[in-house]
Design a binder for this molecule. Structure first.
Ligand code: FCB
Length: 437
């Protein structure tokens, strides 16, 4: 780990947007009409973990749907100036073609409360979850199903638009289908690009706030630096998860290995900013079917006691990634780490904000940063990884801000920080919890 106590003092540009991010299904609880909820009830969901040692259904999650008023107060008390959240389509349209006006009123109240606190709201319209009925009709696997999403947005957008400061049409579809995916996933990738473009143009009818779709921006790295095959497959993974997306939005050309390219003028220029979700780098190993190779043993941080969350802090990857996005403003819409020991989060924040600042100095127009996540939550299959600035007691749903939340609050207040700031919140670097269980 680095010496975060000696980090040089940095300041961010005037008006830099500071906030945190969440997603509906991960915090609300009882999202019963979604395909995710349905899947969590199936025995297959627990196939690899029949004892349910790590896997769990989302259940009440953070009970945010009930506690949202308190959570708005919490966000404001932590000094956040912005908040990225998602709206659950399956609550608003639980049955095909029928609007639930109470669910809509709930979201309108949440948005209004945030706006009244002076918090800029970034809304994600599709964050992995959608109604079960939509899934049963084939979901986004069928191009024709875009009309359902269009009908939903046409209902929703005019109502919420006045309260929204930034938009994500879809979260992280660039990685759907996996890294090694061959031509079979091209139709899904192309359909998602077109769904994104559809959302972009619809939003433009009602809102002047900037629009994008959040991009899971993995920094791919050859496991063996000088191995030609690892290097080529690194480029391949980057093409199929990152560059196809950037290229399509820039040019309208949908290009994917193994299929003929298509041109769609609706996709061309369908963004006002790049929305970057960055966590870490991944090693590409050409000799593995899945390409995703092990990280370097000496850099593995086992921040929580389960095998599948071995992490590596690689802040340089953020700088390198941002350098590819010089043509539009950028918001970091997710960045964070899961750790039981909150000191890791302080180190992670300090290093990644320093890396972000480096990109600013190199001329990338980064406008804002949303830490993932506001609070500990349901991480799609499990409650074990703790990403939150705020701890949640999943029995009582009591929220308790961690030291990292106070550190982040000071960064926001000062619009910058340095090693001296870190010293006030961290007495010593965290130690690794030992061998992998
Ligand atoms: C991202 C997701 C988000 C959360 C974080 C940890 O890929 O967008 O919902 O699960 O990872």
């Amino acid at each position: 780990m680095y010496d975060v106590f000696s980090l040089p003092a940095i300041r961010f540009p005037e008006g830099f947007v500071w906030g945190s991010a969440t997603a509906g299904h991960q915090i609300e609880g009882d999202n019963i009409h979604s395909q995710a909820w349905h899947n969590e009830q199936q025995p297959e969901f627990y196939r690899d973990d029949p004892e349910r040692a790590t896997r769990a259904p989302s259940g009440k999650a953070c009970d945010h749907f009930r506690l949202y008023r308190d959570d708005v107060e919490l966000i404001a008390s932590l000094g956040h100036r912005a908040y990225r959240m998602s709206i659950e389509w399956s609550r608003i349209e639980p049955v095909e073609g029928r609007w639930d006006h109470r669910a809509l009123a709930h979201y309108l109240d949440l948005l209004e409360r945030l706006v009244r606190k002076g918090i800029q709201v970034f809304v994600t319209l599709h964050h992995f979850t959608h109604p079960l009925w939509f899934e049963r009709l084939g979901g986004f696997g069928k191009a024709d199903n875009r009309r359902f999403f269009e009908r939903y947005l046409t209902f929703l957008l005019p109502q919420i638009s006045p309260m929204v400061s930034g938009w994500n049409v879809i979260n992280e579809f660039n990685q759907w289908g996996g890294l090694t995916a061959g031509p079979t996933v091209a139709p899904l990738k192309f359909n998602m690009l077109r769904t994104h473009a559809l959302g972009y143009h619809l939003i433009k009818r009602y809102s002047s706030a900037p629009v994008s779709s959040a991009h899971a921006f993995i920094h791919w790295f050859p496991r063996r630096f000088h191995d030609d095959l690892d290097r080529r497959m690194t480029d391949f993974a980057d093409f199929t998860t990152n560059e196809f997306f950037f290229h399509a939005l820039r040019t309208g050309e949908l290009v994917y290995p193994g299929v003929d390219a298509e041109y769609d003028p609706e996709v061309k220029g369908s963004l006002d900013f790049w929305s970057v979700n960055y966590y870490t780098r991944h090693m590409v190993d050409a000799r593995l079917a899945g390409l995703d190779g092990p990280r370097f043993a000496h850099k593995l941080l086992q921040m929580i006691p389960i095998r599948f969350y071995l992490e590596e802090m690689y802040p340089e990857g953020l700088t390198a990634n941002l350098e590819r996005l010089r043509d539009y403003p950028v918001y970091i819409t997710e960045n964070g780490c899961c750790a039981d020991d909150d000191r890791f989060r302080i180190v992670y924040l300090a290093l990644h904000l320093s890396a972000l600042h480096e990109a600013l100095e190199r001329g990338v127009d980064v406008r804002g940063y949303f830490y993932w996540s506001l609070m500990d939550n349901y991480e799609w299959t499990t409650f074990i990884p703790r990403f939150g600035l705020v701890a949640v007691d999943f029995q009582t749903f009591r929220r308790s801000p961690k030291t990292s939340a106070l550190f982040y609050r000071e960064i926001i207040r000062d619009n910058g920080f340095g090693g001296e700031t870190v010293r006030r919140y961290l007495d010593a670097l965290p130690t690794l919890p030992g061998p992998v269980a």
